[in-house]
Design a protein around this ligand. Structure first.
Ligand code: ADQ
Length: 445
């Protein structure tokens, strides 16, 4: 069996290599344990002379990490402006937030050429190459143009919109032709697969797209949650709640996550169901993300204001309705918080999958599980019909769901949880990677 070559915008930071921290790293952790692997990507560092600097290599067990720096201009134009200021809003159906310039687009393609040039000398004949996410749509074709004959797969972690939305992107055809250099293309849901396939068809590109939903490692996450819930840190947080019920939300501070909508839903609960006033606390953990992009700074201001307004309107000297932090919290503590929470509140306007929903379920105590209130627009929703599914634009609907969650009897909670946990256990990070790689390795040459 040849090596597995993972290519992603960022490689896991050294501290995340034994203890995966987020979405993509969690998903791939299992796959790279199993065979000789090389993980290739940006170091996270910027340097004016990045082009002249060699790649850096680091090895841990059977995985070699190879990283390189970007120039400040590549960081701004490739990473912030085009990947996160054009492709991210486009793929999350937020067309009014797209800020396109041709120069940013040019640097996006140039930076993908840098990825290709630097990866090329590292490749061996029987390597299998697996490219990840929207930063690297054009990379497969660029590798083909350099003579690479290896099997190449591409997985898109975020949604893909229908043609009517996607066509807003100048040079969409070029983007699609780039990814069509792959042997296998995977996306999160059947809806995304149909959308991407539909766009290929418009341009006469004959390419299959497969839905392979990503999962977590529920067994180890559950174990972490059990240990963490008994820890001093989590006990201290629970003590400060002084017996009030707890709703928890955990997201990067991103406009796709429906955070202002979530605050309005919680506000509506306090308005329409006054019996919960003083009886429930909403903890929202929201580390700042991509603060170099203007729409993220605007979102933060909106959220800061909204939380202040709601706490001012409903809070009392001895009760703060919303506890909100924009700092990251250790994953270990998050797992315990999920376990002690009564409700997991996950309300993206669009999300490729949403692993927080799966982590919340994995963390629950099966004898007394909490309830998941989940947006219909998360990629995870079709897998979890037993969750309380909501439309985040409908504040009253979210308030009704929160009320239902807070008052649900133990049997109903257990039945819903066990159905969803069954699904989370069937469809794991390990089975996701295995399914994608098997499909990539059996595709006709
Ligand atoms: P993200 O948009 O980052 O991922 P998500 O799937 O929820 O969203 O994954 C976030 C991960 O980061 C989770 O594992 C979560 O526990 C962790 N995390 C969140 N907040 C944290 C905090 N404060 N401290 C520490 N850890 C935190 C993208 C797509 C998703 C898709 C994943 C994987 O947008 O739709 O599910 O990739 O494919």
């Amino acid at each position: 069996m040849g090596r597995l070559i993972i290519v992603s915008n960022r490689t896991p930071a050294p501290g995340e290599r034994t203890q995966p921290a987020g979405g993509l790293t969690v998903g791939l952790y299992d796959a790279i344990q199993k065979r000789e692997s090389l993980w290739f990507g940006w170091s996270g560092q910027q340097a004016e002379d990045a082009g002249e600097r060699p790649v850096e290599e680091d090895r841990l067990d059977n995985v070699t990490y190879v990283t390189f720096d970007l120039t400040p201009s590549q960081y701004d134009r490739f990473y912030l402006n085009f990947s996160n200021g054009v492709l991210w809003p486009l793929c999350h159906y937020r067309t009014n937030l797209i800020r396109y310039t041709r120069e940013d687009c040019d640097v996006y393609y140039e930076t993908n050429e840098v990825f290709a040039d630097r990866l090329l000398p590292l490749l061996q004949d029987d390597d299998v190459v697996w490219i990840h996410d929207y930063h690297l749509f054009p990379l497969a074709r660029m590798l083909r143009e350099r003579g690479v004959r290896n099997r190449i797969g591409f997985f898109l972690h975020i949604p893909f919109p229908p043609w009517s939305v996607a066509r807003l992107l100048p040079q969409l055809k070029r983007l699609l032709e780039g990814v069509a250099g792959c042997d296998r293309i995977g996306v999160q849901t059947p809806e995304d697969a149909a959308n991407l396939k539909g766009c290929f068809e418009v341009y006469g590109i004959d390419e299959e797209v497969e839905a392979v939903p990503i999962g977590i490692d529920p067994v180890s996450f559950r174990q972490q949650a059990i240990e963490s819930a008994a820890s001093d840190e989590v006990s201290r947080i629970v003590d400060t709640l002084e017996g009030t019920r707890m709703i928890v939300g955990v997201d990067r501070l991103d406009y796709s996550k429906g955070l202002p909508e979530r605050m309005r839903g919680f506000e509506m609960l306090l308005k329409n169901y006054p019996e919960h006033r003083g009886q429930v606390t909403f903890i929202q953990i929201t580390p700042v993300s991509r603060s170099g992009v203007e729409s993220y700074r605007i979102l933060k201001e909106e959220l800061d204001g909204l939380v202040g307004t709601i706490n001012g309107a409903y809070g009392t000297p001895d009760w703060v309705p919303i506890r909100y932090t924009t700092w990251p919290i250790a994953r270990q503590i998050l797992a315990g918080l999920y376990r002690v929470a009564d409700v997991g509140f996950v309300t993206p306007l669009r999300d490729g999958m949403n692993l927080v929903a799966k982590e919340f379920i994995a963390a629950q105590d099966e004898d007394d599980p909490g309830v998941l209130v989940l947006s219909r627009f998360a990629g995870a929703a079709p897998e979890m019909p037993e969750a309380l599914l909501v439309n985040p634009l409908d504040a009253e609907g979210m308030a009704d769901a929160l009320h239902a969650a807070l008052t649900m009897d133990a049997k109903a909670r257990h039945d819903a949880w066990s159905a969803i946990y069954g699904e989370v256990s069937r469809n794991t990070a390990g089975s996701w990677a295995k399914q994608f790689l098997e499909s990539l390795e059996t595709v006709r040459a």
